[in-house]
Design a protein around this ligand. Sequence first.
Ligand SMILES: Cc1cc2nc3c(=O)[nH]c(=O)nc-3n(C[C@H](O)[C@H](O)[C@H](O)COP(=O)(O)OP(=O)(O)OC[C@H]3O[C@@H](n4cnc5c(N)ncnc54)[C@H](O)[C@@H]3O)c2cc1C
Length: 427
Amino acid sequence: MTEARIVIIGGGLTGLAAAKHLEQNGHECLILCAGTAVGGRVRTDRHETDRGTFLLDRGFQVYLDAYDEAGRMLDLEALELMPFYPGALVRFEGAFHRAADPFRKPIDAAKSFASPIASLGDKARLALLDQRIRRSSVDAIWSRPEHSTIDALTEAGFGEGVIERFFRPFFGGVFFDRSLQTSSRMLEFTYKHFATGSTCLPAGGMGAIPEQMASALRSEIRLNTPVARVDPESGELLMGDGSAISAERVILATDANAAAQLLGEKPSVPWNETATVYYDADPETVSAFGDEAILVLDGDGVGPVNHLCVPSAAAPRYAPQGRALVCANVVGAEVLSQHEGDGALDVAIREQMVNWLGEGARSWRHLETYRIPHALPRRVPGEFGLDLPRAMPRLSERVVQAGDHLTHGSIEGAMIAGRLAAETLLG
Ligand SMILES: Cc1cc2nc3c(=O)[nH]c(=O)nc-3n(C[C@H](O)[C@H](O)[C@H](O)COP(=O)(O)OP(=O)(O)OC[C@H]3O[C@@H](n4cnc5c(N)ncnc54)[C@H](O)[C@@H]3O)c2cc1C
């Protein structure tokens, strides 16, 4: 049996963040990761075609540069963050309507003053909400009474129109939950970070984030190394290949389902689901979105695409010269179950895009479909509500558990979980 002092199971952002904090406290560790590369849910594939290379993130996601914990963890300059336009384009009743952030794009916001997306009363309510959330600390947000997002918006007086046209596709797309049952604390947390910073993509893809973290570590990382079982009392790890490792201390930093499996338990954390479908497009066919990278929302609620963007408009390396990468996102198990095969999903997406953009969308070349059933741990008030933990749970003297299911499903949440796990382990 191999012996090791500290073992981290999982090479996602939680595990990598834990390793960095342990190293800062003088402890190198052994990271065991089932994946072919580090990153877990944050990885970028290089997709080679006869036209050149596309960068495909495994599910559309963005980095918010207002993240505090992640900002301390990463070298943001080296990531070359490329920002999106601060606002969104809402497709509603046959036209695109710009919803601009009035603080950063006051002229655009003034131009869209009479748009049908939000009434004047809703705009005033949004300004109030905006001010309250901007001024709140993250600690204050976590300690506020918890409702569902939809209840919080309704109680704040927002009308059905703005909820359906803007809030449902926008936050439904952030949480992968179009029902908006997700905790109002998550609404405020994400709103705050969208409003106080930029929404970005690293120039080389989201996978550059874990790659940067891993390359800064001295600890050994073993890829393609699944652990099959963990005995919390003895610290013994049974490996997927039948061998064993005896660890003095362990951080169990897998996703919630894998953790349950490793401990011989039934998975108990519910998940929100999404799918991202990528296309190689002639830039002319997406010119209706304008020159800047902007998030496009389905304000009609007809779907299947809930939100869409052109990552290469923000970060040109996502597509080869002269081409555009289109990233169409479908949200929720219910919608996805209506389009079971990838072919059927592609046909439905193209129909919607022909309706939005004209016949040019038929010429898009399908690149890849990523279906992600376990995208974000579902956080709804009650059993799966959100609190700000001060430590990660100790399963025994030797084993500490960590992961975004114990904080919140985000890059920031995973980095916090990693730090807290290291602190808990070191006592
Ligand atoms: C499609 C999508 C979009 C998202 N969008 C955003 C966004 O825009 N902004 C944002 O902030 N967050 C976003 N998130 C959330 C964020 O990516 C996650 O919260 C975060 O990456 C979770 O990191 P983690 O390390 O806790 O878990 P994971 O990334 O799941 O890592 C777990 C690790 O454990 C390993 N593992 C599993 N089983 C075993 C085993 N038996 N043995 C060894 N290793 C094992 C896996 O290989 C993996 O490396 C998104 C997530 C998804 C999926």
